[in-house]
Ligand binder design. Structure first.
Ligand code: SAM
Length: 285
């Protein structure tokens, strides 16, 4: 079945209607579909997790190329259709669940104990960042994620220090992954058409993280504070974290980390944020 035939059959089955609030924009273009799966470099040895299978358009390609495939779908109205159309594939598992609450680690342990899994998804745009952060922060054994996201989010994930797109998401994603922007995707290849452009990004988890963090919570607190007030100098942007301290103390910590206090947070690279959190911890805790 072509993607359009699948979507037609799903609509005719009666119980499904597109739900905007669930970010339902289904892919209709075979060429983009192939490029998405190719970017993930799937082989029969790979276990794959797909987030949001929708009508099962990407899922079927994954089932043909991969070993075990887990698809996690929140919308109850899609479950009978997915079960019926993909039931011939013995490597298919479907969970009706919010992926933010799904015990993915357990499935990985049971289905791919010796090899990290690959994630492939045309993500629901309303919840992209929480999903990506859940996958990264849980330290699951993941090899890579090939994700269709809003174009603006792809640019933010890949952005370098000092650019307008560089922010807390760039730091968080680049702390865990190497980011490659694979290709742009037009709104015309989805039903219904999203209002924004899309892009596919490939996030490959670092074998060895670029920095060792002794205090990850503090690191992220400093990152958020630095980007929360982008127009301010670092010494001003960080001062509300230590309201009782003299600003001079904050300046001293910045200088000890070899960071000019008049720089803006958006110019700091990951290594500099890591040095800063190390010295901040020493000075204030
Ligand atoms: N993979 C399909 C495709 O490419 O045609 C559908 C992609 S659509 C952009 C996003 C899918 O994610 C929808 O099927 C939606 O119901 C599902 N979804 C939305 N929020 C979810 C969540 N929190 N957990 C799991 N699935 C979710």
């Amino acid at each position: 079945m072509t993607p359009m035939e699948k979507i037609r059959k799903l609509r005719e089955s009666g119980s499904f209607h597109f739900t905007k609030s669930l970010g339902q924009n289904f892919l209709t273009d075979e060429n983009i579909l192939d490029k998405l799966v190719q970017a993930a470099g799937i082989t029969p040895k790979d276990a794959v997790i797909e987030i949001g299978p929708g009508a099962g358009i990407v899922t079927e390609k994954l089932l043909q190329a991969a070993g075990p495939v887990l698809a996690v779908e929140i919308d109850k109205a899609l479950i009978p259709f997915l079960q019926e159309t993909l039931q011939p594939y013995p490597n298919f598992t479907l969970w009706h669940q919010d992926v933010l609450k799904a015990p993915l680690g357990q499935w990985i342990q049971e289905n791919s104990p010796d090899q990290p899994v690959k994630i492939v998804a045309n993500l629901p745009y309303y919840v992209t960042t929480p999903i990506v952060m859940k996958l990264l922060e849980e330290n699951l054994p993941i090899h890579s994620m090939v994700l269709m996201v809003q174009k603006e989010v792809a640019l933010r994930m890949a952005a370098k220090p000092g650019t307008k797109d560089y922010g807390a998401l760039s730091v968080a994603v680049q702390l865990y992954c190497q980011v490659e922007k694979a290709f742009d995707v037009s709104p015309n290849v989805f039903i219904p058409k999203p209002k924004v452009g899309s892009a596919v990004v490939k996030l490959t988890i670092h074998e060895k993280p670029p920095v060792q963090l002794d205090h990850p919570e503090l690191f992220f607190t400093l990152v958020k504070a630095a980007f929360g007030q982008r127009r301010k100098t670092l010494s001003n942007a960080l001062s509300h974290l230590r309201p009782k301290e003299e600003k001079q103390e904050i300046v001293q910590v910045l200088e000890a980390a070899s960071i000019d206090p008049v720089r803006r947070g958006e110019t700091l690279n990951i290594q500099e944020f890591a040095n800063l959190s190390q010295l901040w911890q020493k000075q204030f805790f």
